[in-house]
Design a protein around this ligand. Structure first.
Ligand code: AHR
Length: 644
């Protein structure tokens, strides 16, 4: 078979087009990327149940805490009078009935520590009459991994206690414990346990390293549906996410009720999933800077998640101004000088220099309905934002479902506006969670897109209906069958790099045992992380893409290819989704040199990576045997690197 590249019709590839979609779903932030190890450290947890338009949110500050050594040894009460901060008013009153009694924290799956690693440990406490020592530490059965002891002043004032401790041993699923050495009563709040290797003192290092390896061009945040909320009050309020950590008003997670229905009494296993906002907009911008990725914040347009709510602020309601202001102010927060209100907040948090925000997403995956007047409100947002920030690149949305009438309508509306105002949007976000067959059938879909209206493929993943053992919300859903179809579809994106200018797989992370949505790009638990097969497909696209993309054809069924070049290198990506090994000869109407490297992924369609076999599906180097001929094993994806 032949893979033929032609120069006529080549298009430029914009740099940084492959990025990250980050949403706090699947415990990817609290319990994930945020290196804080304790769960419900501030006693603000909520228990959320319900279904579309009917949610019940109950305060459940005791969640994740229990009495030690037994429940009977202590009397625990969540209180909110004379709180540390009114924004998060709940704290725990601990009354012990015996010496060395107190509380223990569930910490997701328990505490994982590395021998020799230092940890920063802290808590707030108040005592009116208790004067004996308190002890805080991590214990692995009979063994003390680390421990610190201090005395409180009995003056009725909140005080913060901090310690730097060193783990004496490795531990897994160990216990975080806080005890009073004598019977008595104190108030506690805001416990914290952070490993010293946390990136920027904030992020879990192993998870950040996985992101770094992808060399992302941009990072979208905070979602996803989280942007919109299950109610408007539950939307992501970025202004609540900046400033002192303890004063960031905790929010419940839209994902706490995902899948709630009558059969499960409207309760999911994740009913306490919340957003502490310990990682908020400031930390997000810091992470982008660290990764060298351009930030792409996405904001609400006054429409709650259309799958979970009918709530909207009407487009002509003055209340919409709050939402427009949130968008304007986030730009000021990122880029404004110290003499601006929000620029000053950023500077006081420690970053006087602007973050250089270029992109802003308006709305997540909104679609026009009879009641929400999405188009009208978006036009208003666009006008107001561009009046103040004419160079800002706005990312629009064409809804959640490619191939739907709402998608077609949204593109028609976008293109009409672009004809009148070329700066209307930089690109429009389209989402597709589809079966592999759809991806193969639509590899050429972008060949036929009009050249007005750039695409940000903001959320995509192959959903294999009979994945693994039929398991969803588990690594079995990330089978090679799906990743291979993604690789094939992406050849079409790459050949049309003049139209598809940005792309991000979704979702990014899944914590094992805490997942509401799969497949996911990266899986992790309390101590370890690994990439799915899709992760390595994305990585190969990120690392091996040039700045010019050629027209490419293949002449065998179920084979797909794209080619780009940079300087003297040409990168050919080729998928053989068939059952037979093929021999491919690569040809072009331009000089592309000789085969230098072959990077290959191959496997059985049902294979998937696991914590035990994290690299089962991962790129391997194969030695070239001819200048322009290569074997294409069945079910394989390869990057062929040629040098002139
Ligand atoms: O990625 C999971 C969800 O899929 C996102 O939150 C939403 O935008 C889409 O529906």
């Amino acid at each position: 078979m032949k893979i033929r590249m032609t120069e006529a019709g080549k298009v430029p590839v914009r740099t940084g087009g492959l990025g990250l979609f980050f949403e706090d779903i699947n415990y990817s932030l609290d319990g994930g990327l945020y290196a804080e190890m304790l769960e419900n450290r501030n006693f603000e947890a909520k228990d959320v149940t319900g279904e579309k338009d009917h949610f019940t949110v109950k305060q459940d500050g005791r969640y994740a805490w229990s009495g030690y050594p037994t429940e009977d040894a202590v009397a625990l009460k969540v209180k909110d009078d004379r709180p540390l901060y009114v924004e998060n008013p709940h704290y725990l009153r601990v009354e012990t009935r015996q010496a060395d009694a107190g509380i223990v924290n569930k910490a997701y799956d328990g505490i994982f520590c590395k021998a020799g690693m230092r940890y920063s440990l802290s808590f707030w406490a108040r005592s009116y009459d208790y004067r004996a020592p308190v002890t805080v530490g991590v214990y692995d059965g009979e063994e003390t991994v680390f421990e610190a002891r201090t005395k409180l002043r009995a003056d009725g004032k909140w005080r913060r206690f901090t310690f730097n401790v060193r783990a004496k041993a490795d531990c897994a699923c160990a216990q975080f414990r806080f005890t009073l050495s004598a019977p008595g009563t104190i108030h506690v709040d805001w416990f914290s346990l952070m490993p010293e290797d946390a990136v920027l003192g904030i992020f879990r290092r192993d998870l950040v390293e996985m992101l770094q390896e992808l060399k992302p061009g941009f990072m979208r945040f905070p979602g996803g549906c989280i942007v919109e909320g299950n109610t408007l009050a539950n939307r992501y309020l970025w202004k609540n996410s900046v400033g002192q950590t303890e004063r960031r008003r905790q929010n419940w997670s839209r994902w706490a009720v995902h899948g709630a229905c009558e059969e499960n009494a409207f309760r999911t296993p994740y009913s306490h999933y919340g957003q502490t906002l310990g990682v908020g907009y400031y930390e997000y911008f810091l992470l982008c800077e660290y990764l060298g990725a351009k930030p792409l914040p996405v904001l609400s347009v006054g429409i709650a998640c259309q799958y979970m709510s009918s709530e909207v602020v009407p487009a002509d309601d003055p209340a919409l101004e709050t939402y427009i202001q949130e968008a304007l102010d986030v730009v000021e927060f990122a880029n404004g000088g110290k003499d601006t209100v929000w620029g000053r907040v950023r500077a006081e948090m420690g970053h006087p220099e602007p973050f250089g925000l270029e992109y802003l997403g308006i709305g997540n995956e909104q679609w026009e309905t009879e009641t929400n007047e999405f188009y009208k409100r978006f036009e208003l947002f666009e006008r107001r934002i561009h009046e103040k920030y004419p160079d800002l690149k706005i990312i629009g949305t064409v809804g959640p479902t490619v191939d739907s009438p709402s998608h077609t309508d949204a593109w028609a509306w976008t293109r009409k506006n672009l004809a009148e105002n070329p700066a209307f949007v930089y690109a429009s976000d389209e989402h597709f969670y589809v079966p592999p067959k759809w991806l193969y059938d639509n590899v050429n879909v972008y060949d036929h897109y009009p050249r007005t209206g750039l695409v940000y493929a903001g959320e995509y993943a192959a959903h294999v209906m009979e994945a693994g053992a039929g398991k969803f919300n588990a690594p079995e859903s990330n089978v090679w069958e799906g990743a291979l179809a993604e690789a094939a579809f992406m050849t079409g994106m790459e050949r049309n790099a003049d139209v598809v200018v940005m792309k991000s797989y979704a979702p990014l992370f899944g914590r094992l045992g805490y997942t509401q949505w799969s497949p996911d790009l990266i899986w992790f638990d309390g101590s370890s992380v690994y990439g799915s097969a899709s992760y390595y497909v994305q990585k190969l696209y990120s690392l091996y893409t040039g700045d010019i993309s050629y027209k490419v054809t293949t002449d065998a069924p179920m084979t797909f290819a794209s080619a780009t070049s940079r300087d003297d290198l040409t990168f050919v990506k080729v998928v053989n989704a068939g059952e037979e090994t093929l021999t491919a000869e690569i040809e072009a109407d331009f000089a592309f040199g000789e085969l230098l490297r072959i990077v290959r992924m191959q496997g059985e369609p049902t294979d998937y990576n696991t914590m035990e076999e994290p690299l089962k599906l991962s790129p391997a180097e194969v030695a070239p045997t001819a200048p322009a001929t290569v074997q294409l094993p069945p079910h394989s994806f390869q990057v062929l690197v040629f040098r002139k």
